[in-house]
Design a protein around this ligand. Structure first.
Ligand code: ADP
Length: 725
């Protein structure tokens, strides 16, 4: 069927064979008859020899000329074919889509000198039909048509895997039922299947001619060149069609949605965008389709890097992508967009492009910003509170917020930890105090829940107020405000202790006072007796007064209600005053003072420091035998001034030398119990000394005596006194 034009192509081996045969006959005849011809032309031997040489040369020249002409013609024809092929390949190289197929059939018809060329794709549910894409016949493009595959040579082509199939002659006889071939007078056929990348047939290229085909091998080689490109183009065209088909369905929905719906091709170019894009960007859909770079230009400069990164990822990533970015509207306004897109594949898994939507979230962002601003304001307030304020997830108790006060107590690394771990370490079932179902019922926040707990690490007590609040992301979370109530609890405990301890100590002097006054009221007593009784009553009243004063002072100091008046205090003067007070009251002891006059003053509250010394001397006197020596003294040690009160009393065991400074602690010793006291004096001493930035301690040997030391910072020269609460 491929009746290649002998004017244009070397006719395979036919022409060279003919030439060789003619040449052999002509040369044979020449050899046979040339000698006869020479004998007829000359008789003498010399002439004959010369003519013989001329004959030989003539034969060689004729042979050379013939060879030259033959090779020249062969090379010319080869060049011609190459040029033609190149022309054909170039003719289809730049074209795509419909243009490519139209060009292909025309070039094939021209190069193969065929009468009819078509490219068709398999169609129909069962792929039993061929729908032509481009047809070229009798020197011009023809209309497309559809034909049934069964009973045509194309059926054999499709069934031939990738090799194709040909009928070089006798086409009409082979397909007698095909009236078209008969009507058109077709004699030969060659076809090749067009297969996708998976090797499945998508369509066919068929070439028909009214003459028998002589050079099948060349025609097949030409087919191989075009078939691969045509198959790729057909695959692409079918992918486009599939995409367009889905896009049409999508478009019906997308056109009517409020969001900006879009569809892109595999290279990220818009194929479709819904009309909503105009509302969001001020540009109609056509602008986006005709100008692929428009979106990039509309994106807010601050979000461009993020946007470019997302687009890049989407090109290489076949998963769903999501991001938020800003668009600068031509009216100057900013629109926040929530962008979601996902890849689209056809049934065979070919990537068709991306489908996505852009939602205007400007309103939500503005609300979020307002909420954030509000939250920052509230945070500032929370941060200034001396209470722990935290927010935790209802489900897993993870901390979402902790104010500065909480951070200062529990550290910076609270993120990702649970509220229970940070606030209530070690507490088992900490949440049972205020379970979630107590805070939220039927999805609605309930009134606050108040409860108390003790932090097992710090030992501090907290009163918690828990309530469910709505977090900016919409979920319900637990807000907990934990106020440190350790001091309140301590005061309450102290009051209880006081009631039991003080009431006992109060009773002793009161009993004595009541007894003596009742006796004096009911009996006649002489002047000496009265004086002795009144002295006892006075002493007991003084004891009661000291007890109550110590207690009240301690309570005030603990509740931080005491005001210290710091001034330079001269120690020799302070020590002598305190000693003098006791020397008058306790003539049973020898009290001495050892204090250099050049001792620098200390910065302190004179009244309170006097109270310190008074308590220490009172104890020294109380817990040492009559007539013993009580020594007071002071000395400078570097930046410190050390005061001491030394007695020769019963002493204090080493293991209890710390405990005696605790409130209400008294050594359980019969001798001591006989001496009145509530165990408040040393506690008060310690509070006052620590308020002065100093320290108090005791060195003692049981049975030999004790020395109480107080170290205080020495006042620097010229320091101005100040009042400190
Ligand atoms: P109290 O009112 O009982 O004296 P303090 O707090 O002053 O309370 O003293 C606590 C306890 O320390 C006393 O009960 C006593 O047992 C012991 N103590 C205090 N000072 C001395 C001292 N100089 N010698 C021996 N024991 C002392």
């Amino acid at each position: 069927m491929f009746a290649f034009d002998t004017e244009k192509f070397p006719d395979g081996m036919g022409i060279p064979l003919k030439i060789a045969a003619i040449y052999a006959v002509a040369a044979g005849l020449w050899i046979l008859f040339s000698d006869e011809l020479l004998a007829w032309l000359a008789n003498d031997p010399a002439t004959l020899t010369r003519l013989s040489i001329v004959k030989g040369w003539f034969f060689v020249v004729i042979t050379a000329v013939l060879l030259y002409l033959l090779v020249k013609r062969y090379i010319t024809l080869l060049r011609y074919r190459d040029q033609h092929l190149q022309q054909a390949v170039q003719g289809v190289a730049t074209a795509t889509g419909e243009e490519f197929f139209a060009s292909l059939v025309q070039q094939l018809a021209s190069v193969l000198n065929a009468d009819f060329v078509l490219v068709g794709e398999l169609a129909g549910e069962d792929r039993g039909w061929v729908q032509t894409i481009a047809v070229y016949g009798d020197g011009q493009p023809q209309k497309n048509f559809t034909y049934e595959l069964a009973g045509t040579p194309c059926e054999d082509v499709i069934g031939s895997s990738t090799r194709g199939c040909s009928y070089p002659s006798g086409l009409r006889e082979k397909f007698p039922a095909n009236h078209l071939f008969a009507d058109m007078g077709m004699e030969s056929f060659i076809g090749t299947p067009l297969c996708d990348s998976g090797g499945h047939p998508l369509g066919v290229i068929s070439v028909l001619s009214r003459r028998p085909m002589k050079d099948l091998a060349t025609a097949q080689a030409l087919f191989r060149i075009f078939a691969v490109r045509a198959a790729a183009e057909l695959e692409r065209r079918q992918a486009d069609e599939a995409l367009r088909e889905v896009a049409v369905k999508y478009r019906i929905v997308a056109d009517n949605t409020y969001d900006w719906e879009f569809w892109t091709d595999p290279d990220g170019r818009f194929i479709y965008t819904s009309p909503s894009c105009q509302r969001l960007t001020g540009h109609p859909p056509a602008d986006f389709i005709s100008d692929p770079g428009l979106v990039d230009r509309l994106v807010h400069p601050d979000d461009r890097t993020l946007f470019a990164g997302h687009n890049h990822a989407m090109r290489s990533d076949s998963t769903m992508g999501e991001m938020e970015f800003r668009i600068v509207h031509p009216d100057g306004g900013i629109r926040w967009i929530h962008h979601v897109c996902q890849p689209v594949f056809d049934d065979d898994g070919t990537f068709l492009g991306r489908r996505g939507s852009n939602r205007d979230i400007t309103g939500r962002k503005e609300t979020e910003d307002a909420l954030k601003a509000q939250f920052e304001q509230i945070s500032t307030i929370f941060d200034s509170l001396n209470a722990i304020v935290c927010v935790a997830d209802m489900e897993n108790d993870t901390l979402l917020y902790l104010n500065h006060y909480g951070v200062s107590l529990f550290g910076q690394d609270w993120q990702g930890k649970t509220c229970s771990d940070v606030l209530r370490p070690g507490r088992q079932g900490g949440r049972t105090f205020c379970p979630t179902n107590r805070l939220v019922q039927d999805g609605e926040p309930q009134p606050p829940c108040v409860w108390e707990f003790q932090n097992s690490v710090t030992g501090r007590w907290y009163q918690c107020t828990d309530r469910a609040i709505r977090w900016p992301d919409g979920r319900l979370v637990r807000l907990e405000i934990a106020v440190d109530i350790s001091e309140r609890r301590e005061m309450e405990g102290m009051k209880d202790e006081m009631i039991s301890a003080v009431s006992h100590e109060m009773r002793t002097p009161l009993t004595a006072m009541l007894g003596f006054t009742e006796f004096m009221l009911e009996n006649e007593v002489d002047a000496d007796q009265r004086r002795a009784f009144l002295t006892t009553i006075h002493k007991e009243s003084a004891r009661l007064n000291e007890l109550i004063s110590n207690f009240l002072d301690l309570q005030q100091i603990k509740a931080r209600q005491t005001t210290y008046r710091f001034r330079p205090v001269a120690l020799p003067h302070l020590l002598r005053d305190a000693a003098a007070l006791f020397a008058a009251d306790y003539d049973r002891h020898r009290i001495t003072v050892d204090c250099p006059f050049d001792l620098p003053p200390i910065q302190g509250d004179e009244k309170r420091l006097h109270q310190v010394l008074a308590n220490l001397i009172s104890n020294a006197v109380k817990y040492s035998p009559q007539g013993s020596h009580v020594a007071l003294g002071a000395r400078r040690e570097g930046e410190l001034v050390i005061l001491w009160v030394k007695d020769e009393g019963m002493g204090i065991p080493l293991e209890l030398q710390e405990r005696i400074f605790d409130r209400f602690y008294r050594l359980d010793n019969t001798d001591r119990r006989l001496v009145g006291g509530a165990g408040l004096g040393l506690a008060l001493v310690r509070e006052i000394v620590s308020a002065h930035g100093g320290r108090v301690w005791v060195e003692s040997t049981p049975g030999k005596g004790s020395t109480f030391y107080v170290s205080l910072p020495a006042s620097r020269d010229g320091e101005v006194s100040s009042e400190t609460p």
